[in-house]
Design a protein around this ligand. Structure first.
Ligand code: ATP
Ligand code: MG
Length: 177
């Protein structure tokens, strides 16, 4: 069967956008497929995924190009540094989506990077256009733009019903990070 590389978008305000992408990587590992997750925003203190990728090696690897949260929490970095990091993530992404050896490429939180103005919508469209036909491309993050939704094959909007955070229950290891 000839594979058709899909464009998958996980967006919306509810939890599960990144974990769904991780789930697809775990699933494709079962078929000995290969690929990479490139993190656009996180990077400074989310280590759960980093450890998990040791288990998915050598099939899958994680590249953390982002410089942590932007504008919130402990962010003390100048915006330009976030932009430089996002641009670096874009360059890496372009190389990975063009690589026919990859089966699954995840651009994690790329929709946020657009929403925050670190990269442009056109940057993402260019990446989608440059994708090698057999590569499955997964884009995550809330606020996916209309054009990106239009270009995608499968789009899921995570809808929050409730989140433990609202009851003051802190982020939990393995579940939230
Ligand atoms: P996850 O990584 O758990 O799949 P996500 O990718 O859908 O979540 P992000 O916006 O990337 O969501 O945020 C990641 C972190 O924020 C996780 O720790 C997650 O539990 C938490 N989170 C996600 N959605 C919400 C929400 N609606 N309210 C509070 N915290 C949230
Ligand atoms: Mg996420």
């Amino acid at each position: 069967m000839k594979r058709v590389g899909l464009i998958v978008v996980n967006t919306g305000g509810g939890k599960g956008k990144t974990t769904s992408a991780l789930g697809m990587m775990l699933r494709s590992c079962g078929y000995d497929m290969k690929g990479v997750m490139i993190q656009f925003i996180k990077g400074s203190w989310f280590y759960g995924e980093k450890k998990s990728f040791i288990r998915l090696a050598p099939n899958f690897k994680l590249i953390t190009a982002g410089r942590g949260f932007v504008g919130i929490l402990d962010d003390k970095l100048p915006r330009d540094e976030h932009k430089v990091a996002a641009k670096k993530a874009l360059d890496i992404s372009l190389k990975e989506v063009r690589n026919r050896e990859n089966d699954v490429v995840v651009l994690d939180e790329i929709n946020y990077a657009v929403n925050l103005g670190l990269i442009s919508e056109d940057d993402v469209i260019f990446i989608i256009e440059q994708k090698y036909p057999s590569v499955h491309l997964i884009l995550t993050g809330n606020f996916a733009t209309e054009k990106i939704i239009e270009l995608a094959d499968t789009v899921t909007e995570m809808k929050e019903i409730k989140h433990a955070y609202q009851k003051g229950k802190k982020a939990q290891i393995g579940i939230d990070y």
